[in-house]
Design a protein around this ligand. Structure first.
Ligand SMILES: [Zn+2]
Length: 69
């Protein structure tokens, strides 16, 4: 059984625009085409109050993905 090649139809890579994003960890998305990678569990800046909205945005994005699946 293959678990790494599943490609949700509506998840498009923000880098190359190809729908080749795979989720290989619960919070990590990886593009098979251009090696773009996004780790939703690691905030870009661990600083101050602006962080909350960023985390919430990413969490919302994850929820949207879950709903679409
Ligand atoms: Zn890509």
């Amino acid at each position: 059984m293959s678990i790494s090649t599943f490609t949700p139809p509506s998840v498009q890579c923000p880098e190359c625009g190809v729908q080749s994003i795979v989720e290989y960890k619960p919070t990590v998305y990886h593009c098979l085409k251009c090696d773009f990678e996004k780790d939703l569990s690691v905030p870009p800046e661990a600083d101050g109050s602006g962080l909350g909205s960023v985390v919430m945005g990413l969490a919302g994005f994850g929820l949207v993905l879950l709903i679409l699946l």
